[in-house]
Design a protein around this ligand. Sequence first.
Ligand code: URA
Length: 388
Amino acid sequence: MTRRAHLRQLARHLRRYLAWQKGQGTTSYVPADSEARKTLKARKKALQEQKLAELRAPTDEGSKESVERRPDRAAEPVSKPEPEPELPSPPAERKPEPTGPQKPETSKKAPSDGEVTASTPLWKKHDPIHEITGRRRKKADKAAAARKPTKQKKPPSKASPDGRPTPPLESTAGPSEPAGPPPAGPVGPSQAAPQTPAEKMEFLQNYLGECQRCALCEGRTNVVFGDGDPNARLLFVGEGPGRNEDRQGLPFVGPSGQLLTKMIAAMGFERGEVYITNIVKCRPPGNRNPAPLEIKECAPFLKKQIQVIEPEVIVTLGRFASNALLAKDEALGKLRGRWHEHMGAAVMPTYHPAYLLRNEDDRRFKRRVWSDLQMVMERLGRDSEENQ
Ligand code: URA
């Protein structure tokens, strides 16, 4: 069992034990109120700042080493300016890249007291929300890049439509996001976090951990972070995990997931070739819609997932996910069938597979979904399985 799986198991046991104790009336456990959360958050922030201060004072040797450890940057001059990543990178243990060039040998420096070392878990070394940035990865498929010459990363809009039932994901400066940009300091390319999309995604998942940021944690069994290829060209975003997903810790594995898998295959993709996630990562009790605060707490994680994946196309499934991602409040019938934009990706809203299952007799919805998916396939230069 991996260390992470072991930790998850421990957390699950602890939760069950607390729930049992609560049932017995033998515990004084009460969910943290907002005051307690605030205090915790302040303490967490102070700790992070202390860690960041340590990380921001690397030795020259350390800075150089972090460049040498990045095979894709080994030939670049140390002083080449680059706006991202924002934080210096500590000397980190790197996983071998299966297809990448050989990494140069680097000598290990003995850590001084209190210093972050290679054996420190990655998620303890970094401030994730600001650090999971990095350069645009090279797409394996250059033809794909050629097909999207106009794709540009736009900063997310700050518009906040007050009073709307589904708050925009752009309003992501939620209370759980480590506050503010890192303090000014000597940052540069030598301090860039040497992470591949897969590593970034793993790091983000570890940082989310056994999340307690909102009340959904109280009813869930597993956090459902997401699944698929972190390099995917196509990202599907649903609303939130259902019962099956909550049990298995994976998105879209129940009946609507099976239909989604068929839709993906009909588009000419393997399920593992795309990435699938949800607006919220924990199951809302009774499959209710996630509440605005729950979306707000989860939004930074979806935002970072999109930054890591850099999908060309995002398909939002259902009215709720489509409105939440696009910061709108419209009927799905008005949103679907045409392109929208979010964080540099083309967005196609379509009906949720669960909606199709509920309206199986009405073939209009299936036809509409298929028409939406064909627009996606065309954009991605894919033939459907029927045409292969
Ligand atoms: N419905 C969703 O929106 N997401 C899932 O993961 C499963 C069902």
